[in-house]
Ligand binder design. Structure first.
Ligand code: NAD
Length: 417
């Protein structure tokens, strides 16, 4: 069951950690400890060989109090019930923190997308969508890309759902291409949001980004965009890691060239000229100002936290830092930008896409970016001021504000029946 999962335990421990500070009715906290609704489905797929493989899929809706469930769909061999349930809970706090009319949800398919052909991925995505159809809908639960999924998977979900309803329903899913009623700026939104938060954190810490050194773990959607945006602001990217390994590049790497290389190398960065192979420990020990974990959860434990030399840790990934590591980061005076604010750019622009699809009225790239900046910078400043006023860490402040908002709505609506 999900309760035993270390990641779910980490999410629960975060929730429990604010108990004595947040002044929330314990009966409501008790309700928030469990997902509202969870679906586990078998997804049989005809493989290109003619054989059938059965994958396991999950969709967990942690809360539907504020509106439809909102959260990504992840394809990874590590996906399990606990991971998806933990990520759904984080989505609830995130949506509340930035005041979006959504609850928290998450989905996953336990598969290795790098070994699947396009045809196999399409059949898996369409069958998964079909299996969870009774539990999703534009006013019920709206999926988006996460690790291992992107615009193509969202297009298949959109099409499968629309075939079922008998009419085109683009608002069933966000993260679609602009050509398919997606929004401009969604693909870049999470990485850009990470960088807007880093700019705010640097301002508070009294330094500018130009000339600073950065390490980025994960070079997919979030990590690559964050690296490109930071490089554009004059930062040197002195370390990059992905599933193919951890690499240092003391002279700095050009992320645009690295991205082009990876696109032609099975989305792997290994083998790029100038990258020096390193262990994970050497990577995180690098002299740098900013570290961006943008790969997956539970990457920064006590040992890695002890090694980090950065001034700012910007959590592009969801749940990258353990509770024990958090204490060490606090002691070291590292400015942590917690995941529920740092990577909220993705769900903010997903909200913009959902609104545009409902209205069938589309915004310019400039409008999307300026509204993203407005929401994420305002949320960051709100968290930072609340933290400073009360002597809290950024994590505690963000969690209190996110959980309190959800709890407030639950209390006002009451407990049914
Ligand atoms: P992605 O699949 O595009 O990229 C993931 C990257 O991480 C890849 O470069 C992969 O090689 C690397 N990676 C995987 N395992 C690794 C490991 N053990 N060590 C080092 N690198 C590893 O995924 P993404 O969409 O960029 O998501 C990354 C993280 O950001 C996830 O935690 C996700 O939940 C979070 N996130 C994503 C979005 C979004 O809009 N895509 C929004 C909010 C949060």
């Amino acid at each position: 069951m999900f309760e035993q999962s270390p990641f779910y335990q980490q999410a629960l421990a975060q929730l429990d950690s604010i108990g004595e500070y947040a002044d929330i009715d314990p009966n409501i906290i008790e309700r928030l400890r469990y997902p509202k609704r969870s679906v586990i489905v078998s997804v049989p797929v005809r493989m290109d060989t003619g054989e059938t493989t059965v994958f396991t899929g999950y969709r967990v809706q942690h809360s539907l109090t504020a509106g439809p469930g909102k959260g990504g769909l992840r394809y990874s061999p590590h996906v399990d019930f606990g991971e998806v349930a933990a990520l759904a809970m984080l989505m609830t706090w995130k949506c509340s923190l930035v005041n979006l009319p959504f609850g928290g949800a998450k989905g996953g398919l336990n598969c290795d997308p790098s070994t699947l052909s396009m045809g196999e991925k399409e059949r898996a995505t369409r069958r998964f969508t079909q299996e969870i159809l009774p539990f999703i809908g534009p006013q019920v639960d709206v999926m988006a890309p996460d690790m291992g999924t992107g615009e193509q998977e969202m297009a298949w979900i959109y099409d499968t759902y629309s075939m079922h309803t008998g009419h085109s329903c683009p608002q069933i899913v966000t993260g679609k291409s602009a050509a398919l009623y997606g929004t401009l700026g969604r693909r870049e939104a999470t990485g850009r949001g990470v960088v807007y938060c880093i700019e705010e954190a640097a301002r508070v810490s009294g330094f500018t980004l130009r000339g600073t050194k950065v390490i980025v773990q994960g070079f997919g959607n979030v990590g690559s965009v964050a690296a490109l945006e930071l490089h554009r602001r004059g930062c040197a990217i002195v370390g990059v890691a992905d599933a193919s390994g951890s690499f240092l590049c003391p002279g700095g790497v050009d992320p645009a060239k690295l991205l082009e290389y990876a696109a032609n190398n099975g989305h792997r960065i290994e083998g790029f000229e100038g990258l020096e192979q390193a262990t994970k420990e050497e990577f995180f020990s690098a002299e740098c100002d900013i570290a961006v974990p943008a790969a997956m959860e539970r990457q920064i434990d006590e040992k890695i936290a002890g090694l980090l030399k950065c001034r700012i840790l910007a959590e592009g990934a969801n749940g990258p830092t353990s509770m024990e590591a958090d204490r060490i980061l606090d002691d070291k005076g590292i400015f942590v930008i917690p995941d529920i604010i740092c990577n909220a750019g993705g769900v903010i622009v997903s909200y913009f896409e959902w609104v545009q699809d409902i209205q069938m009225f589309f915004w310019t790239a400039e409008e999307v970016d300026s509204r993203l900046q407005q929401l994420i910078r305002r949320a960051f400043v709100g968290v930072q001021h609340f933290a400073a006023r009360n002597g809290y860490s950024m994590r505690r402040a963000a969690l209190i504000l996110g959980v309190r908002e959800t709890a407030r709505e639950k209390a006002a609506r009451g407990l049914f029946p």
